[in-house]
Design a binder for this molecule. Structure first.
Ligand code: CUA
Length: 338
């Protein structure tokens, strides 16, 4: 090959590599980074992307060069030269990709092992997935339960996932990993949040009619603010019945689907709970019985205009919590709220 031809090939390679790099770097393909694990995963992404760009630049340059240089003239009807392969080239195009793919798998394995590493002073949180809501329980805090995942920044948390009905999947894009919640199986996910903020928790496994509604928030807080929140939650749970009912309402995620003025809830996916007395009349049941039944067995009576099988059955709610929730809903919907 002449020196000029090599320079042309290299020029084309730099051009295509440069274009591919711009596409990779200028477009924000990934959500912001908010965990250590996500940082490592992004490193694997960029490592792989770098290899892809190099391979793309090489292939595109050779194709473009061949198109420009070896184009057949319109009046040329002769056969091409007979070629019987090239052992040297074949060894190279087998060995180089094998080395690259091995490098990717080694880097990925190291990151996977690092991402599963749990330090001794970690926080445990039990995640319960059901059609169609998430609840988060803090076993070290007397089983404190919340509808949002609250986490202190820079402390590793180990999530213990379980599903009560079908397969769901836990995903916070900014944390970078997904983990299935499978009935009858305990799965775990390790996260070390690195940035204070509020991020979406998304169910990423099609789990039924309400799958798209199965969302909540992961709230990463300063450690001091997290401790204050823990204390406030515990005080609320030990409060008089009306406030305890309100706390049950809030911590079980009711507000994401229902409107209830007293609790400042504005959800519209489910029936408006300020209209409970009217609904009970339509169902032909006493208000308190109607409210209790709708929580424990939501499909017994479904208000017209709302889909069946979307509201989760809270049959596992402890009796004292259920009682205070029913009490609270009856009082607040008839205008006697806290
Ligand atoms: Cu739960 Cu989709």
């Amino acid at each position: 090959m002449r020196r000029g031809s090599i320079l042309q090939l290299v020029g084309l390679g730099v051009l295509f590599g440069g274009l591919a790099t711009l596409v990779a770097v200028l477009i924000p393909w990934l959500p912001p980074v908010a965990s250590k694990q996500r940082d490592r995963i992004d490193f694997v992404f960029w490592f792989t992307t770098g290899i892809c760009i190099a391979v793309f630049a090489l292939v595109a340059a050779v194709i473009a060069y061949s198109l420009l240089k070896f184009r057949v003239q319109p009046d040329d009807d002769s056969d091409g030269p007979p070629i019987h392969g090239h052992t040297g080239v074949e060894i190279v195009w087998t060995a180089v990709p094998a080395i690259l793919v091995t490098a990717i798998s080694v880097v990925s394995s190291i990151v996977l092992v690092q991402n599963e590493n749990v330090p001794k002073n970690h926080l445990d949180v039990a995640v319960t997935a059901r059609q169609f809501a998430w609840t988060f329980t803090y076993p070290d805090q007397d089983g404190l339960t919340s509808a949002q995942l609250r986490l202190p920044v820079d402390r590793t948390v180990k999530l213990h996932l379980r599903a009560l009905d079908v397969i769901h999947s836990f995903w916070v894009p900014e944390f970078g990993q997904k983990q299935d919640a499978v009935p009858g199986q305990d799965t775990t996910l390790v996260i070390t949040p690195t940035k204070v903020g509020t991020y979406p928790v998304i169910c990423t496994e099609l789990c039924g009619l309400g799958h798209a509604l199965m969302r909540t928030s992961a709230i990463v807080m300063q450690p001091a603010a997290f401790q204050t929140w823990l204390r406030d939650q515990k005080n609320a749970a030990a409060a008089p019945p009306a406030e305890a009912g309100k706390a049950v309402f809030t911590s079980n995620g009711c507000a994401s689907c229902h409107t209830l003025e007293d609790a400042g809830a504005t959800g519209t996916a489910g029936p408006d709970l300020d209209k409970l007395p009217a609904y009970a009349k339509q169902a032909g049941k006493p208000l308190e019985d109607f409210v209790r039944e709708s929580i424990v067995d939501p499909n017994a009576y479904v208000q017209s205009g709302y889909p069946k099988n979307v509201m989760p059955a809270f049959a596992t709610l402890p009796k004292d919590q259920l009682d205070s929730l029913v009490d609270y809903l009856v009082k607040s919907s008839t205008g006697g709220g806290s």
